[in-house]
Ligand binder design. Structure first.
Ligand SMILES: Cc1cc2nc3c(=O)[nH]c(=O)nc-3n(C[C@H](O)[C@H](O)[C@H](O)COP(=O)(O)OP(=O)(O)OC[C@H]3O[C@@H](n4cnc5c(N)ncnc54)[C@H](O)[C@@H]3O)c2cc1C
Ligand code: FES
Length: 245
């Protein structure tokens, strides 16, 4: 984990109430897709956890939806301004758990942390099927980017405005992808349905309200098959068999 001041390089609206912010600063503590940063916002005691979408040696990107006061303030920030981040938090996804072909099932902004995962799997010569779900076409993010990297992309929306009409699990049933390991990230009911409907091994990235974000306060504890775990430090990614829904 590292704490540093990051400079905003860009902050663009990419979907309904959804922004991608690129920040310049140290990224050495980001080792795995699925790790997150905790953003300090002036005037707020608690930081805001956001997944790292992608990063290189001196910059990273986050994608965030404006849902409350903190993210609203972020959406009004301009290039050149700075934010203090705790970077490189959480365990991230286990890309080595997939042998040959992966299914990535994501909903909403769950697409953000699995973006670097898909890239890593493809670069290792593995096949990647990405099934993405959104409420409506206006919420869709990263669809073209997943396609451009070579993933086999399938879409579902609740109103049928993009891809099939229905849930991510409906699209998986329709596509019948072959995979030896799955990864899922998104709203809890979606991940629960994915984990309970798919046979075979996989893992899910859980979300919990956080205090410290780095393992100290135990405010994000969840119950797992192997006892209580802190989502921020022991997770946010947990094996399917460990999760108690
Ligand atoms: C590991 C992790 C990764 C996340 N990644 C993303 C992401 O990539 N993009 C994205 O848009 N959102 C993500 N979230 C959710 C994001 O943290 C909240 O939407 C955000 O903190 C809301 O802040 P706010 O001030 O706008 O909302 P408010 O509701 O005003 O926030 C009040 C407090 O509640 C906390 N809080 C609110 N919602 C959540 C939530 N869903 N999870 C955890 N804490 C919350 C805030 O951090 C803050 O302390 C992630 C959450 C976690 C735990
Ligand atoms: S938020 Fe403090 S231990 Fe997880």
């Amino acid at each position: 984990m590292e704490k540093a001041l990051y400079t905003i390089l860009s902050n663009e609206l990419i979907a309904d109430k959804t922004f991608r912010m690129r920040l310049a600063g140290p990224t050495g503590s980001l080792k795995r897709a699925g790790q997150f940063v905790d953003v300090a916002i002036d005037g707020f005691y608690l930081r805001r956890p956001l997944a790292a979408q992608e990063w290189d040696s001196d910059s990273l990107a986050v994608i965030y939806k404006v849902v409350g006061e903190g993210t609203a303030i972020m959406s009004e920030m301009a290039p050149g301004q700075s934010l203090e981040l705790l970077c490189g938090l959480g365990n991230g996804f286990d890309a080595d758990a997939c042998r040959k072909s992966a299914l990535i099932a994501c909903g909403g902004l769950g697409a953000s942390p699995v973006f670097s995962l898909a890239k890593e799997l493809l670069e290792a010569g593995k096949k990647v099927c990405v099934v993405m779900g959104f409420n409506t076409a206006a919420d869709a993010v990263l669809v073209d980017e997943f396609k451009a990297m070579g993933a086999d992309v399938h879409l579902a929306t609740m109103d049928g405005s993009l891809g099939i009409k229905g849930f991510v699990t409906d699209a998986i049933k329709a596509v019948q992808p072959e995979f030896d390991y799955f990864y899922t990230c998104g709203p809890a009911p979606m991940m629960k349905a994915v984990c309970q409907s798919l046979e075979g091994p996989g893992e899910a990235s859980l979300e919990e309200r956080m205090g410290c974000g780095c393992g100290i306060c135990y405010g994000c504890t969840c119950h797992t098959a192997s006892g209580p775990k802190r989502v921020c430090a022991d997770g946010p990614v947990f094996k399917k068999e460990d999760i108690i829904w």
